[in-house]
Write a protein that binds this ligand. Structure first.
Ligand SMILES: Cc1cc2nc3c(=O)[nH]c(=O)nc-3n(C[C@H](O)[C@H](O)[C@H](O)COP(=O)(O)O)c2cc1C
Length: 208
């Protein structure tokens, strides 16, 4: 089946920051942010480092839910693992956030372990590539869009550019390093338009 994830701002092979909710056999629910990639058709993927509770629940249940939200509290409380129970729907066999603008229920097809040599981000930790199939796609809020952090990086670099022009020494170096980091992220997660905008901005930094 083909899904139109474009309506929630999700385009193929780009990376979006979403909230993944899972449940374990003891009916304990869990929530954490992970990057979500739409592969086209009804196929999706995410990558999760070893040691995550979400990973254990996904390995056990072979299912997870991707919640589309831009709520700062949900992102924060989920990251530090203190999201209260009242954020979830009353379902006792699946973990879904009550207030997400949209959500996708994913059935896991394959979980493949990659060693640090295959995927060198954290030196000594394995990462699991999880591919899955969209089982259900629910939109609650027609205006919801998934969050792409490339755009934040571009905006930060634009703000920094005006400062870069009027400072020197360590501050100038700091803004240049931030530009490099944001360029790296944009190359990884952004669409062509954001990449092009970053190219133009980089030339502007180089002129100053
Ligand atoms: C915006 C955001 C995106 C993240 N993306 C990932 C990711 O794609 N893979 C990963 O392993 N960790 C990612 N993390 C880190 C996990 O969310 C974090 O380790 C979390 O504590 C795991 O929680 P858990 O043990 O409940 O699964 C991300 C964190 C944030 C804030």
């Amino acid at each position: 089946m083909k899904y139109d994830l474009g309506s929630i701002g999700i385009h193929m092979n780009l990376q979006y920051e979403c909230i993944t909710t899972t449940i374990n056999s003891k009916k304990e629910k869990n929530s954490a942010p992970f990057a979500f990639i739409y592969l086209g058709g009804d196929k999706v993927m995410c990558r999760i480092f070893e040691g995550s509770k979400s990973l254990m629940n996904i390995q056990e249940q072979k299912q997870y839910v991707v919640n589309i939200t831009q709520d700062p509290m949900i992102f924060t409380l989920s990251t530090i693992d203190i999201l209260p129970d009242e954020y979830y729907t009353d379902d006792d066999d699946i973990a879904i956030l009550k207030d997400s603008g949209a959500y996708l229920i994913i059935d896991v097809d394959e979980i493949e372990m990659k060693t640090p040599e295959d995927f060198p981000i954290k030196n000594d930790t394995n990462i699991y590539f999880i591919t899955g199939t969209i089982k259900d796609f629910i939109i609650r809020d027609e205006s919801i869009k998934a969050f792409n952090r490339g755009f934040s990086g571009l905006i930060e670099s634009l703000v920094n550019c005006s400062r870069y022009k009027i400072v020197d020494g360590a501050k100038r170096k700091y803004y240049k390093n931030r530009l490099e980091e944001n360029r790296r992220v944009i190359e990884k997660v952004s669409d062509d338009k954001t990449k092009k905008a970053m190219e133009i901005l980089t030339e502007e930094y180089e002129r100053n």
